[in-house]
Design a protein around this ligand. Structure first.
Ligand SMILES: Nc1ncnc2c1ncn2[C@@H]1O[C@H](COP(=O)(O)OP(=O)(O)OP(=O)(O)O)[C@@H](O)[C@H]1O
Length: 274
């Protein structure tokens, strides 16, 4: 892959450590390498607590690596990654604002005249399947509807890269499928780069162009990088039934399973310190 302009984000030999009580240090991620090209949808999967969110937060500029580099389109990231849009497990809807006001907020803060921001918010609400819900308060929306508003809130700002951390985590299985299809529909319109953290391997494969696997922590790093050559456009429920999907699932699970087992095995049993 070429350097710089074709890259949305590159994490080069990134190490991230957290202070622990008593002047200790906990190295969550060590020497992680990951490049996401423009237009590429990359899923990051790994055992619980391995450092997926930590890596995403480094790409967001929310965490500063102790060693290594984060570059955005070839330029070193200094401070927050302002070209990124974030979607987390819990949404950031303000309860005292309507759906329309929540979606328009980012544009208004950036200086778009309120009337224009609200008109664009209505357009985005329609694109996420919530036409006519502009006056609805967040507490009157279902979990899936709130997630749609949150998606519109992020996408309306036309981010260069989407950083998603288990965005559909709290939703029921059917709603997750529907939201995955919606995400793919919206993504296919202009193919932004996406870093998508999930613990769900099926979700990772069905959405992405590449699945990267992190080792069990601490000092987690990337141990597998699998291209997903499934046809697009994809209908998630259908694609999961194909032999191609099942073959790649088997291949990745063989690696991931071993890491998941390590994450549940006491360190002493692995020969490390207790
Ligand atoms: N601010 C912090 N201070 C200390 N330790 C932290 C901090 N943030 C994360 N960690 C630790 O770093 C490791 C990686 O955490 P992280 O949340 O990135 O994992 P994850 O793979 O996203 O987990 P999960 O799948 O359970 O959401 C964990 O052991 C966690 O306890």
């Amino acid at each position: 892959m070429s350097d710089g302009p074709d890259e949305a984000v590159r994490l080069g030999d990134v190490t991230i450590a957290f202070p622990t009580p008593g002047n200790g240090v906990f190295t969550a991620v060590e020497g992680a390498n990951l490049t996401v090209a423009k237009g590429e949808f990359v899923a990051i999967v790994g055992p619980t607590g391995c450092g997926k969110s930590t890596l995403l937060n480094a790409a967001a500029g929310l965490l500063r690596p102790a060693a290594g580099s984060v570059t955005i389109k070839g330029r070193p990231l200094a401070g927050l990654n302002r070209g990124a849009g974030y979607l987390f497990q819990s949404d950031a809807l303000l309860p005292w604002k309507t759906s329309r006001q929540n979606v328009a907020l980012g544009l208004e803060v950036a200086g778009t005249p309120p009337a224009k921001a609200r008109a664009l918010a209505d357009e985005w609400l329609a694109r996420v399947g919530l036409a006519g819900f502009g006056d609805r308060w967040p507490h009157l929306l279902s979990g899936g509807q709130r997630k749609r508003v949150a998606m519109a809130q992020v996408l309306i700002r036309q981010p260069g890269i989407l950083l998603m951390d288990e965005p559909f985590g709290p939703l029921d299985a059917q709603t997750r499928l529907i939201m995955g299809d919606l995400l793919l529909d919206l993504w296919s319109e202009d193919r932004k780069a996406v870093m998508f953290v999930t613990h769900d391997l099926e979700e990772a494969i069905s959405l992405s162009d590449r699945v990267v696997i992190m080792s069990a922590g601490p000092s987690s790093h990337i141990i597998g990088d699998f291209p997903v050559k499934l046809d697009r456009p994809r209908e998630i429920a259908d694609i999961k039934l194909t032999p191609e999907f099942q073959a790649i699932h088997r291949e990745i699970w063989a690696l991931l399973r071993a890491e998941v087992m390590k994450a549940y095995t006491p360190r002493a049993a692995l020969g490390g310190a207790a």
